[in-house]
Design a protein around this ligand. Sequence first.
Ligand SMILES: Cc1cc2nc3c(=O)[nH]c(=O)nc-3n(C[C@H](O)[C@H](O)[C@H](O)COP(=O)(O)O)c2cc1C
Ligand code: SF4
Length: 920
Amino acid sequence: MAGSIFSDLLAAWHIFRIPLFIGVAITFVAIRAVSRLRASREKLSSSPAPSSPALDSKKEAPQEWIAPNSLDEKTVSRENNNAESSAAEPISEKEVPIKKKTDAAPKRVTGTKRSKSPKSNGADTPRAPFKVQPLVFYASLTASTQKSAEGLFEVMKTALAASSRAERFLEPQLHDLSYIDYDDFFIAPPKIVEDEEAEVLYFYMILLPTYNIDTTLDPFLDHLQETHHDFRIDTAPLSPLLGYSVFGFGDKEGWPTEEDGFCSQARQVDKWMAKLTGRKRAFPLGMGDVKSDSKERLEEWRLGVQEALADIVEKGGLGEGVSGSGDPVESDEEEEEEEADAEVEAEADGSSPGDSDAGAQAKLRVKRRRNKAAAVDDLEDLGSKLRKSDENNNNAEQDSSSDAPLAVDFTTYGKKKSSGSPSATAPTAKEMVPKTSPTYASLTKQGYTIVGSHSGVKICRWTKSALRGRGSCYKFSFYGIKSHLCMETTPSLSCSNKCIFCWRHGTNPVGTTWRWKVDPPEMIFDGVKEGHYKKIKMMKGVPGVRAERFQEAMRIRHCALSLVGEPIFYPHINEFTRMLHNERISSFLVCNAQHPDQLAALEQVTQLYVSIDASNRDALRRIDRPLHRDFWERFQRCLDILREHRSRQRTVFRLTLVKGFNIDEEVTGYADLVERGIPCFVEIKGVTYCGTSDSSRAGLTMQNVPFYEEIKEFVIKLDDELRRRGLSYGIAAEHAHSCCILLASTNFRINGRWHTLIDYDRFFDLLAEGKPFGPEDYIGPPTPEWATWGHGGFDPADTRVFRKGKNRKDASEAGETGESVVNDAVDSSPALPGISSAPPTHTAAETETCGSADTPETPSHSAPRAGTCCSSNSNSANGNKSESKSCCRSEEEQLEEEGAATEEPEFHANSTNVVVNTFA
Ligand SMILES: Cc1cc2nc3c(=O)[nH]c(=O)nc-3n(C[C@H](O)[C@H](O)[C@H](O)COP(=O)(O)O)c2cc1C
Ligand code: SF4
């Protein structure tokens, strides 16, 4: 029985065991699942209640960072929180727990993205009483904007002081943009000064001209743009300003509409300021045409800005939706650009949260892409310019394969951004001085022959004077150069300064980079020789021209690369000087110390000049008005290069003294520069007064032209200072006739005699040998006695002729000492073919030139001032006219009376305020 039960159970087991196992397994799994679910539910239900979103940022730290009793221990205020995270969203005023941090805790910066289009624009809640500091900024090249800004500044000062809320305004300040450091004002407002009574906030007024050429305005615009795009800086770093407004000056005659470029740079500045301030345009952009309505427009603008200022103090901000709030619809262009910016932001924001650098990295990537694109544009521009240039000349291949590097200044490579201006969009290189340009007309009127598109040649009064046996320029006295054998030319009419004494009458092309079509050197060489000979030939009918000198003059022996402009700016300058030397024409090259790279790459010339127009940064800025912002560094680098090249180049410092600008108290400064550059020679001359409207606007009058006595006094002091420093220099020679004195290194004093003359034949022979050589290797014969210090420097073989209003007595009283006075008597004897005391062959002279170049003859007025420009003419302004006129007139009148031929009308200074020249 028992056996049958057992076998039944066994049979049942076999039948049910599988379902049983499955059931047990299912039950087990079900129990496990339920128990896990329970456990998780329990966990969820036991988590703390969610905190305020404002506190989320504090919750990132692990739980153990929170001290259990911290609630009682410490609280943090909103201010403290903001101090750590300036851009944080407003948080509740309720006190919140602070977390104790371990040293290892990463610093977490919290905040929110600033809206790209702030709508409040300063119309936010009225501020606590504050004071307004108005700042007036201006830029100016030819002083007209400066004058307007100064006028506006004065009126504004008076108006604010007289206003009913005068106590809320600090006295306005005036700033020239080319003097200030942009970082001090245009990355963030100046450091806020706490007044005794209230906070001080700033308001900017910006007055600007527009130039479709490279000027100091370009770096300013670049700065604004870069600041806006700089990923490290908030896109609106100037938003703490109370407001801003811009006024532009333009010329509707040349740029009739905005599309043509009228006031384009002021418009750009206005646009960038809107972005940088978060649209705090307090009053709309004003624009005035300098030739018609600029005064009225400026006055309207001033009144509008004043109203906006009154609103600001009244309402604590710009106000919303009212005129001048800066809020109303911006231009499409601005919106488009903001969209582009938003793209950048979007890409930046697409980065993973928590990676604090990712946003910046993404911005950087976009920025790099933009820069790369811009760089490609620039290179393409350059390429197309060069291609175009090459197409335009048959010698393209020869040029490009030339071993001379194309000296392009990459230090300022910003593209022209004058929206709408022709130059901004021109895809190919333009001519520097097109035949149809006002510059061409002005230069030809002044007597220049324009060769190709960027070179010029001119003969000067010294050449004419030498042809007539009436004396050569100081270069004959100092270096043995006969003026009638000299050609004065420049392969670049453009330069990077706007010197107050420049002869180019403000119409000159300027630029920091070469961005024009490049003419081949052969074409320039042939063209300038042809132009020079043509002008010499015009002299053949002039009474008094000596036949033998006329014949000699038909063989150029010397070339002064100065005139106006900057010769080393020309990319093929080395090829050009080689051509001169191949024809045994010596080269004197004058540069303005602004292009160190080109200077360093310059091959050997017979004499290398650097213009030293001031002894310190401020004076140099005032006198040369350089376009480069780093002009002083460039200047100093050029002096260093001169010193480095002293063993192979015969170097000269040319000092141009301008009374009231660069003489007083500057001897020590000049001695510092001499000590730095160690030139072979230092030529000191007085400024030549050109009487242009540009120079008079810059404050230059005849009163700034020093007397010869003053120059002598200065030279004696400088000589003493150099000696005191143990520098071996001495006063070697003088040319009182052109108010020029020469200091020389004692290397050029041999056996107790100065040897400042040059052995030109030796120079060419040494060049032909191809071995290295230096200036001491081609020293010429002794300086003639009559040219040495104390003897006046007028060649006794020539005839000194006084013009009307000047006589020998005047000259004597004037301090034109020694031999020059003895030679005053009109000597009618024919000049000897071989001039006594002079070196046998070479002579030449530079002509009247720019400040970086030479001095014309002492003026005719009896006062022995250094010089006036006798080629200057048309632009002379106001009272200065007559001075310039009287100087020019006597010489030219004299020639006219003598019946000089008039063969080339365009060559004559035929203007209203200068007598018609009979020739050059
Ligand atoms: C070379 C040159 C380029 C100029 N380019 C422009 C231009 O693109 N748009 C414009 O409206 N005015 C242009 N002007 C006119 C000047 O902006 C105007 O004369 C201004 O008043 C000069 O101011 P400033 O004397 O303070 O330098 C140009 C003037 C010069 C001499
Ligand atoms: S003086 Fe000479 S360096 Fe100065 S602006 Fe004129 S051309 Fe240029």
